[in-house]
Design a protein around this ligand. Structure first.
Ligand code: NAI
Length: 286
């Protein structure tokens, strides 16, 4: 698949993921319109991207000066401000199906018939989100990983209705970002979350059963299987509450093997959410 850069891209929601997605497309040369809720939120996105670009520049990773890349970003307060001729619009608002469906439908009314719409959902059904659209064939999941500019992968999540030409465009844009793709048929948890959560839940059950301490379980995976990070440390970084929400969804959709362990529920109830609260399976002092 040959690499390409969308001429114009839109990103709805400039949080942790949206800011990274906007930065990545702008770095590749695209003009990017970011939709955020108000001016204060937009200023935060610009600051976040500027800081990240400065760090990348110091490490010699940018093809152009950071100010030039930052100059490719524009900010609007509502999806009605998206450019009608955008090649691609990626939705990256919080993991709430109703909110996502509403914003995607509103964006579809603004953009042209050829624009590809994508969602960065990490767990919701892409097919169900497409129910709000009148052109489901132009829609797919583009699941980016955190931190987006440094991550090597985009998981393309493809509902049955998505046109082949749309998948080909998404493949070309992924290559244009310098990232590798995996293509997955839309199904609960896709490939990455389903396997990642399965490993994390089993590791938690092992702590629960007293099989080994968290450090030992993580060492077994990092040293024995060359995983860059153990499943329990990763759970702390992602957030135990986020993991529990995804596990509950996978439990509902895929069955008993994703039943959340009692220890996970107890820790979430105690507010031990991982790094964000200072305590999860590890104690965090940063
Ligand atoms: P976040 O909470 O950091 O960012 C969401 C942004 O959306 C916020 O800046 C918020 O102001 C904005 N927003 C909310 N309502 C809006 C509206 N009506 N119009 C415009 N902007 C609006 O969330 P995060 O972590 O960036 O996640 C976003 C999506 O990406 C979620 O679906 C999440 O599941 C998915 N995801 C998250 C990953 C992660 O590691 N955080 C990894 C992969 C996917």
């Amino acid at each position: 698949m040959s690499a390409a850069v969308p001429r114009g891209a839109g990103v709805i929601g400039g949080g942790r993921m949206g800011a990274g997605i906007a930065q990545s497309f702008a770095t590749a040369g695209a003009a990017v319109t970011v939709v955020e809720q108000d001016e204060a939120a937009a200023a935060k996105v610009r600051e976040r991207v500027a800081g990240s670009l400065e760090r990348a520049a110091r490490r010699g990773l940018l093809p152009a000066p950071p100010e030039e890349i930052l100059g490719r970003l524009a900010f609007v307060g509502d999806v009605s401000g998206l450019p009608a001729d955008a090649d691609l619009v990626v939705e990256a608002v919080p993991e709430n199906a109703g909110l996502k469906a509403r914003l995607l439908a509103a964006a579809e009314r603004v953009v042209g018939a050829d624009t590809v719409l994508a969602t960065n959902t990490s767990s919701l059904s892409v097919t169900e989100l497409s129910a709000s659209l009148s052109r489901p064939g132009r829609f797919l999941g583009m699941h980016f990983f955190n931190p987006v500019p440094a991550s090597a992968l985009v998981e393309l999540v493809v509902p049955d209705a998505t046109e082949r030409a749309v998948v080909d465009l998404a493949l070309a844009w992924t290559a244009g970002l310098g990232k590798k793709d995996v293509v997955v048929r839309d199904s609960p948890g896709f490939a990455s979350s389903r396997l990642g959560v399965a490993l994390g839940l089993e590791a938690i059950r092992m702590v629960e059963e007293g099989v080994a301490a968290p450090e030992a379980i993580d060492d077994a995976m990092t040293l024995g299987y060359k995983h860059p990070m153990g499943p329990l440390r990763l759970t702390d970084l992602v957030g135990l509450d986020v993991r529990l929400a995804i596990a509950e969804y996978l439990h509902r959709t895929l069955g008993e093997r994703f039943a959340p362990p009692a220890l996970l529920r107890e820790k979430v109830a105690r507010g031990e959410l991982g790094r964000s609260t200072g305590q999860g399976f590890y104690t965090w002092n940063d």
